[in-house]
Design a protein around this ligand. Structure first.
Ligand SMILES: Nc1ncnc2c1ncn2[C@@H]1O[C@H](COP(=O)(O)OP(=O)(O)OP(=O)(O)O)[C@@H](O)[C@H]1O
Ligand SMILES: [Mg+2]
Length: 217
């Protein structure tokens, strides 16, 4: 079983939205996937999965609330993939979850206000003994400024971290899709769907790389 976590040092950067894209993509390719929702104050993924079930959106995606690493280890038997959604602010539990993960995605905005804390978290995670298998940053909620995106890419590259080549664009249209229990990759608007699918494919490629790396360990 693979564990893929979505982690951040800022709230509202798209952790839950990307976790849903990831979970739907894995389910669509026939994997048994469980979203492990560690954000007990919001339970965004649990609520979303319930709406999805109510609205009959296929494939069904199972999401459950989790409070501890112990429970995660105990409850994921029989699943191929655990997609872990975490709280807005990284805490000790987040660090432990990262150490348990085969791959950690760190969504971040393009501003230095967002990049600074994200890179600090990435460094802290990379430094922890036992380490995190793999950290990949994702530029999220991006606007239309290519210049802003390029600057962010450069900052991340200079910091020595991997960055997903696809970004998650900020578009109002996504919100109605989430509210109906769909992931961005299932949006009815082709532009929204295609951009989410491109991100989905890039994330899946990282998941497959992590799986090969785990097999080689
Ligand atoms: N691409 C997008 N375009 C527009 N709105 C978005 C997009 N992605 C997510 N949102 C909205 O932005 C808000 C934050 O997204 P999301 O919940 O995925 O972030 P998060 O990192 O999980 O937040 P939190 O730290 O509160 O858990 C939500 O209201 C969500 O519906
Ligand atoms: Mg969230």
């Amino acid at each position: 079983m693979q564990v893929i976590s979505f982690v951040g040092q800022k709230g509202g950067v798209g952790k839950s939205s990307l976790a849903r894209v990831m979970a739907v993509a894995a389910a669509r390719r026939g994997q048994k996937v469980l979203i492990c929702d560690f954000d007990l104050e919001q339970l965004s993924c649990v609520e979303w999965a319930a709406t999805r079930l109510k609205n009959g959106v296929e494939p069904e995606v199972d999401a459950r609330a989790f409070k501890s690493l112990k429970k995660l280890r105990k409850s994921t038997e029989g699943f191929d993939l655990a997609v872990v959604d975490t709280r807005g602010l990284a805490d000790e539990l987040t660090t432990d979850l990262c150490r348990e993960s085969d791959l950690v995605f760190l969504p971040t905005g393009t501003s230095m206000d967002d990049l600074r804390p994200t890179l600090a978290l990435a460094r802290a995670l990379a430094k922890r003994r036992g380490g995190v298998a793999k950290i990949v940053l994702v530029l999220t909620m991006v606007g239309k400024s290519e210049r802003q995106m390029e600057q962010a890419r450069l900052v991340i590259e200079q910091a020595g971290f991997d960055l997903l080549e696809q970004t998650w664009p900020l578009r109002d249209g996504f919100q109605a899709e989430f509210d109906a229990g769909r992931a961005g990759s299932e949006a009815s608007n082709p532009y929204l769907r295609d951009s989410a699918r491109a991100l989905e494919q890039a994330m899946l490629a990282q998941v497959d790389l992590a799986s090969v790396a785990a097999a080689a360990r």
